[in-house]
Design a protein around this ligand. Structure first.
Ligand code: PEP
Length: 252
């Protein structure tokens, strides 16, 4: 059975004290939850990763980064390498978020490089894909998502691909308050799983966790997560409040 995952993407939010409080509150609230078949991941800004891995030691949460360098090490001012993340106890890394594609012009090829870097350090990529509104309206959404996945993930060997998590995040749903309908999410997740099946076979397709992201909150999570191909969520805004985030974790 594949793992159900709720991952919080804090984006560029919170001060040190606020991050400290949020991590502690999430850990406290999770103590009374049964998480046997679920994984809860928090992805704070890079400067708070050490705080998060320290606090989460011996707790039920995993820590993920929001970005990583596609280079291994050296003269790349401002960059953070996968080995640095790994040395801090980071287990997951968001790669290919639409905000990074849009504002930092990250290409499929660069994203493939980032995926390779994290896998070398035993960090699982949470690879984001998804179409813009014009792309959906012109009926190109399947083609766009297929290209994103093929170009950045399908060079991987089976032994590496089995560590990948995919997050379908329609760009028009991110931070807009307009989530994909349950039917739209299921249709795309089913399609993504079929791509994985074609390339890597049945077992890989059955085992891969495919998360939904885009204005997911405690009001819509239950319906979205009830779909057979939706294995959890990548949560932005709603992950910044501990109680709301836990309600989403309880939505399975
Ligand atoms: C995200 O940024 O990954 C995201 C899903 O954001 P939000 O939940 O705020 O739409």
């Amino acid at each position: 059975m594949r793992t159900k995952i709720v991952a919080g993407n804090w984006k560029m939010n919170k001060t040190f004290e606020e991050a400290d409080d949020l991590i502690n509150n999430i850990i406290d609230l999770l103590k009374s939850e049964n998480l046997s078949d679920k994984a809860v991941i928090i992805c704070p800004p890079a400067v708070f990763l050490e705080l998060a891995t320290d606090q989460s030691f011996d707790s039920e949460i995993y820590v993920g980064a929001q970005n990583v360098s596609r280079f291994e090490s050296g003269a790349y001012t401002g960059e953070i390498s996968a080995s640095m993340l790994s040395s801090m106890g980071v287990d997951f890394c968001i790669i290919g978020h639409s905000e990074r594609r849009k504002y930092f012009l990250e290409t499929h090829e660069e994203l493939a490089g980032k995926v390779d870097q994290v896998l070398k350090q035993n960090i699982s990529p949470v690879f984001c894909c998804g179409e813009t509104l014009p792309e959906r309206e012109s009926g190109k959404h399947f083609e766009i998502v297929r290209k994103q996945i093929e170009d950045s993930l399908f060079h991987l060997k089976e032994g590496d691909f089995e560590h990948v998590i995919i997050a379908y995040e329609p760009v028009w749903a991110i931070g807009t308050g307009v989530n994909a309908t349950s039917q739209q999410a299921q249709e795309m997740h089913h399609y993504i799983r079929s791509l994985v099946r074609e390339k890597y076979g049945d077992q890989m397709a059955e085992n891969i966790s495919i998360l939904y992201g885009g204005s997911c909150n405690s009001k819509n999570a239950h319906e979205l997560f009830a779909n057979p191909d939706v294995d959890g969520g990548l949560i932005g805004g709603a992950s910044l409040d501990a109680e709301e985030f836990i309600r989403i974790v309880q939505s399975f």
